[in-house]
Ligand binder design. Structure first.
Ligand code: PAZ
Length: 327
């Protein structure tokens, strides 16, 4: 078999894996509602801008996907991701003038709510003597900012929030989002910060009912999730500016893995981060650069996402001017 046949075979295998994934995935319950909201959002932001050519629109993915072990799911495989990166980045993208589709894991961190405590309802509010509810003094600034900024972004049509839990929901939603994003060409960006399951149990192989605890070993076969980044770049939204993330715990392999992902999935940039330092520093790996981006430690409330989004927004502008220059 010659090399070209080999790559054709790999593509066919990927295509058939992707088809099998979507054919067997449980259909999204609110598919039509999501499509309607998306079309409205993209139409609105395609018309509105100072220069008359429409806003830049970014899809930020955030938090971890679950891989269910039972169809009537009691147990699932999960990961560590808190959604902090995605929520924080969303705020900076809005500041940079983007409209943001925030595709997030239910229950994970939300934009504008990062400085609130874990249980905001119970910790930020108190009942007065007349049984009215008021904000506790210590949280009054954080609550006000969260409510005002969040509502301003949503009400002005600049922030669309779409929740997922499972890998099935996430990938179907990413595919749905790609369709209208494809129509806006290079003005679209995908910023894929979600920690997506690498392995899953295909729906058709999954037991329906709760796995019983009687046996001594849990024998469940998980198979690799098809590499949708390739499909996103090649078919779903080929002109969109695509940023993926690479997380490792071993700093010795991080940059090589990021470079590998850049080439394998034809990304415009891969943001490399290490688990323990991910809030302090990341490295943006592109075809001809490795740029270290750090949080400004002299400012207590600075985030690494602040310089990161500035850099990516500049790169995106250059890409819009000349998409061929950055492949
Ligand atoms: O969600 P979080 O703020 O706790 O962590 C962010 C992150 C490490 C999940 C993200 O920066 C990332 O690297 N996402 C991709 C992970 C991966 O699949 O390699």
């Amino acid at each position: 078999m010659d090399a070209s046949n080999g790559s054709q075979d790999t593509e066919q295998t990927l295509d058939s894996q992707v088809k099998a994934f979507f054919d067997s995935a449980p259909p999204l319950q609110n598919r039509n509602d999501i499509i309607q909201k998306l079309n409205h959002f993209i139409q609105l932001n395609s018309l509105s801008s100072e220069n008359g050519i429409g806003k830049r629109i970014v899809c930020v993915t955030s938090g971890g996907t679950t891989a269910p072990l039972e169809q009537r799911c009691v147990r699932y495989v999960d990961n560590f991701s808190s959604g902090h990166r995605g929520a924080t980045s969303t705020e900076y993208f809005l500041k940079a003038g983007y409209a943001v589709i925030f595709l997030y894991r239910r229950g994970s961190f939300q934009p504008f709510c990062r400085s609130l405590p874990d249980d905001p309802l119970l910790e930020c509010f108190e009942a007065t003597e007349g049984l009215n509810i008021q904000v506790r003094e210590a949280y009054s600034k954080a609550v006000k900012t969260a409510i005002v900024d969040h509502h301003a972004a949503v009400d002005s049509g600049l922030l669309l929030k779409l929740p997922f839990s499972t890998i099935f929901e996430y990938l179907q939603m990413l595919q749905i989002i790609s369709k209208p994003m494809k129509d806006i060409g290079p003005r679209a960006m995908f910023y894929l910060a979600a920690a997506v399951s690498d392995f899953y149990v295909p729906w058709k192989d999954m037991v329906e009912h709760k796995i019983q605890s009687g046996s001594h070993i849990l024998d469940v076969k998980l198979v690799p999730v098809p590499k949708m980044l390739s499909v996103l770049r090649k078919d779903w939204a080929p002109l969109a500016f695509c940023i993926s993330f690479k997380l490792e715990t071993d700093s010795n392999i991080l940059l090589n893995k990021a470079r590998g992902a850049l080439e394998k999935y034809n990304m415009h940039a891969v943001v490399a981060n290490e688990l323990s330092t991910r809030k302090e520093q990341v490295v943006v790996v592109t075809i001809d650069d490795k740029i270290t981006v750090q949080r400004d430690k002299s400012k207590a409330d600075d985030d690494v996402e602040n310089p990161l989004i500035k850099l990516l927004s500049q790169r995106h502008s250059a890409y819009i001017e000349d998409p061929k220059r950055m492949r």
